[in-house]
Design a protein around this ligand. Sequence first.
Ligand code: ZN
Length: 483
Amino acid sequence: MHLYNSLSRSLEEFSPAGAPATIYVCGITPYDTTHLGHAFTYCSADLLVRYLNFRGHPVRYVQNVTDIDDDILRAADRASQDWRALGNRWTAHFIRDMLALNVRPPDHLPRASEVIPEILRDVQRLLDCGAAYVSGGSVYYDLRTRPDYGRLSHLAAEEMLPLANERGNRADDPHKRHPLDFVLWQAQAPGEPAWDSPWGPGRPGWHIECSTMAGKFLGETVDIHAGGVDLIFPHHESEIAQAEPLSGRAFVRCWMHIAMVEYQGQKMSKSLGNLVMVRDLLSRWSPDALRLYLASHHYRSAWAYDEDRLRAAQLRAEALLAAAGRPGRGAGTPSAGSTESNAEPELSRPASGGPRVKPLDPDAARRRFRQAMEADLDAPGALSALEGLAAHIQGLTDQGPAADAARSLLRELAAVLGLRLGSEPEPLVTQGWGLHLQKFQAKGANRRVEQFMAQALTGVHRHAVEPPHFPWQLRVRGRQSDA
Ligand code: ZN
């Protein structure tokens, strides 16, 4: 398959270096709820995981939780809550949304605060090899030792500082030798949580947690490292600078970056306050409608939230469901109890609400689906093949074994795009997230985990072709990055 590599800025033939394929995706900073931009990032990563699985590649997938940083501490302060409790609460909300969206869980979901010993070791090794220096109780990366800094972002030297400053760099920190040097270990400020270190009490910088976790769980070279496009600089650029002097090898084989979602003319972000929340969308639309809406955009193309297109996606999801029939059976209606159980069959209108699609026989549909996914995960192209297959099924007059086989193929391919089409949740999804959830629940709350899971999977939308009016609550946030 071909994937676009941000490092070479070109499409490259990709195959995993071994089994399993190793994937690292930068995770959330849990101090607020999941918005549509997050959903696009993690559902796009889910397409990658699911497609590699579909191709027969096992995957080892790590996603971090940045549970200690300035944003968390500010939010905990505002809420008069312990920073750990706040992080756990919002991580649990994130898990609930990922469950509802049928996103396969990472194998490891470590918090930054769980890998402090490994971070201390890596910071010490960077000091030992001369890539870092101690100043004022903090440890900084010395960028003079890294002439190729900017290799990933393709930024000229003079472009870096303004962008880094926009994204949290403290250029005026008097302890730094160069305004672009970034902190590996941050000295404790009064009242802040801290861990002991050889350089005094403090906490890890943001960039070091990801390169350390990638090394700990996936080894020195990762097959694919993904994240939002706004993380290329300085976050991913700095991860390369941290990892490569320690291993002497390439840190990542393919850098995958997911485009931003816009709303009201700008990137959707906490700092701008123009957020569309996943939970609000799921109270109005089915999870399949939202997954289909996300999959109708290529992961590298920025797009703007448009409610009319989401409404059309609901109809398109219902048309696929009608063509797929009852899970595990041949022809029939959707399963009772599924969230889409009231869907009307749309037999005469292929891909209702969506673009008109040409009927495709099953062989052609499978071929076109694979061709699209092989070409840099072209989910819109794959979706069109799926809808062509649905149109073929809807046009069949003979409901014999050939129709059953076509329906079964439709379900198989739809699952690669994360669509459930009325089937039961995948055990892989529920069990995997269930295990992660236990870590973020208060001790002794295991019983609540099951209730929480049930709520995540059923406490969302009940069929809404014409949804009730539900005014947006736009939340105004502090002016901090929400990466
Ligand atoms: Zn990261």
